[in-house]
Write a protein that binds this ligand. Structure first.
Ligand code: C5P
Length: 302
């Protein structure tokens, strides 16, 4: 049977811990990065075409680059180059993950296109091969493939999968406009200039909370070392965090490099309450409810 198109669904992520070390000689930062996949998804569809092209639909589609800088295009090119074939596919991204929001939306599209092309071209690459291409594409891309929960070390790309003993309810406040990840790391370096930044270590209490599915313990343990940098670049995010906390969120934090803010809540009712308060506050563009953990990239239509 000739495969005509393949669609892969890929989740967003929130970092329940993002411990950041000092800048390395290569410009990256060593991390202890605890990723949790959440139920907001992009869908990436690939089909044979005369040349590599991309289209995108969704609320933020006009902010998505449609050239070779898009991680989905780079994924197709890298995979094709490894197998000596031409990357002649049309890639369509149905985008629901906030763009430049600190939720790994671009990384999700890279992982999704990689898995979709591998299936379309019948390559049957091993998990290890796919993960090594993901790591080449970006620090967060391997996690988009794997999903669930994982500890990322190195620059975040070396993953250890984590056990999660329950489900968690989240609300995400989508900000107007994105934040550049390199700019947030540069602000982290500026804020820490002259200080000795400790080596990043995963919190045992946080890993325990994930393993036991204990939402109160998780709420106590979440942390994000990039939060002061994101707030310094975007001070109004403090207002969004205050609204969520005031509406009963158990924990309120910036998601990754931001500017999306993340609110951990007790249950679905609490999620609706926090989302309603955020929408009414005028401090964000949208509020989205999502469950965790979510599965990693997987084909939903072939
Ligand atoms: O790996 P990725 O391309 O997603 O990284 C984007 C940028 O984020 C890097 O160029 C770097 O400025 C910053 N970064 C970092 N340390 C990491 C991951 C990302 O400084 N561990």
């Amino acid at each position: 049977m000739t495969v005509r198109s393949v669609t892969v669904r890929v989740p967003a992520k929130v970092n329940v811990q993002l411990a950041v070390g000092g800048a390395r000689p290569d410009g990256f930062h060593d991390l202890a990065n605890v990723f949790l996949a959440v139920g907001l998804y992009d869908e990436v569809t690939v089909r044979p075409a005369a040349s590599l092209t991309i289209t995108c639909t969704g609320p933020d589609a006009e902010q998505v680059p449609l050239d070779r800088t898009n991680l989905a295009a780079r994924a197709a090119e890298l995979l094709a180059a490894r197998h000596g074939i031409a990357p002649d596919v049309h890639i369509h991204i149905a985008k629901d993950i906030p763009v430049a929001g600190g939720m790994a939306g671009g990384s999700a599209d890279g992982a999704g296109a990689l898995l979709a092309c591998d299936t379309l071209w019948g390559l049957g690459s091993s998990r290890e091969e796919l993960l090594s291409i993901c790591a080449e594409l970006g620090s967060d891309v391997p996690f988009s493939l794997v999903g669930g929960a994982a500890l990322g070390t190195g620059r975040g790309e070396r993953l250890t999968e984590l056990e999660v003993g329950g489900s968690f309810h989240w609300v995400f406040a989508v900000a107007d406009g994105g934040l550049s990840t390199p700019a947030v790391y540069a602000e982290f370096d500026r804020l820490n200039e002259g200080l000795s930044v400790p080596a990043p270590v995963a919190s045992p209490a946080l890993l325990d909370a994930l393993r036991t599915g204990d939402v109160l313990a998780l709420a106590d343990a979440v942390s994000n070392d990039l939060q002061p940098a994101a707030l310094s670049l975007r001070p109004p995010l403090a207002d969004t965090l205050a609204v969520g906390a005031g509406a009963g969120a158990l924990a309120s934090l910036v998601s990754g490099s931001g500017p999306t803010t993340a609110f951990l809540v007790k249950d679905e009712d609490a999620a609706e309450g926090v989302a309603t308060a955020l929408r009414a506050s005028g401090t964000c563009r949208a509020a989205r409810v999502a469950g965790a953990p979510a599965m990693g990239a997987r084909a939903v239509a072939v």
